[in-house]
Design a protein around this ligand. Structure first.
Ligand SMILES: CC(C)(COP(=O)(O)OP(=O)(O)OC[C@H]1O[C@@H](n2cnc3c(N)ncnc32)[C@H](O)[C@@H]1OP(=O)(O)O)[C@@H](O)C(=O)NCCC(=O)NCCS
Length: 180
């Protein structure tokens, strides 16, 4: 029955919106299909801050997110079934963009959500900037693995960039050239 449904789906509603489609054939749409990326608003901040505090030893507080809204940065959340699973923020200036934060709820990591958000940011930048920059702690092996898989290359080190328990930690600077 499921195989038949899949065939019907391909013939009849191959271009249908995933959410609409999920209502008709709930078993043949995955969680990944139903992830929605949208603009972050003030009312998202409680959920965002919860994830931020879980994920970082030195988390951003609300005022930094609000400053990002005010500055007109690209501030996005990734949600599933109206629950925020992750978020990302990007600033854009002439010719270059900067990923300021990307973070996924601890229980939702390793399911492709970080990659999905990064792909979305890269698409957003395409045609508007030639390079995306970001910084990452050398100790953050998971994030570095993701960035390298997405084609980012190391371009330098920022000495003492991050706060750390014993003083400061360097940042690895990564960059991705965007080919339009
Ligand atoms: C870094 C982070 C955003 C990655 O998000 P995620 O949803 O867990 O990552 P994904 O599931 O999309 O993984 C994407 C790829 O990166 C790789 N990757 C992710 N975490 C990894 C880890 N800990 N070790 C090795 N590889 C890893 C995966 O193998 C995956 O590759 P694939 O797509 O070929 O399978 C997430 O772990 C996170 O929120 N960390 C805490 C906050 C943080 O450190 N943010 C980055 C600040 S610079």
């Amino acid at each position: 029955m499921r195989g038949l449904m899949d065939k019907i789906k391909k013939i009849m509603v191959y271009d249908a919106d995933n959410e609409f489609y999920a209502k008709i054939f709930p078993d043949s749409v995955t969680k990944k299909d139903l992830l929605r990326i949208r603009t972050m608003t003030h009312s998202d901040l409680d959920s965002v801050l919860l994830i931020e505090h879980q994920n970082y030893e030195f988390p951003w507080e609300e005022d930094i997110f609000v400053d990002c809204f005010k500055a007109g940065y690209e501030c996005l959340v990734c949600e599933y079934d109206n629950n925020i699973l992750g978020y990302c923020l990007l600033s854009m200036a002439v010719g270059e963009a900067h990923i300021l934060n990307i973070s996924v709820h601890q229980k939702e990591q390793s399911q492709g959500i970080g990659r999905r958000m990064l792909e979305h940011l890269i698409d957003t930048v395409r045609g508007k900037a030639e390079t995306i920059f970001l910084e990452v702690r050398p100790s953050n092996v998971g994030a570095i693995a993701l960035y390298e898989k997405m084609g980012f290359n190391e371009i330098g080190i920022r000495k003492g960039y991050y706060p750390a328990q014993n003083g400061r930690e360097d940042a690895i600077m990564l960059a991705l050239e965007i080919f339009n």
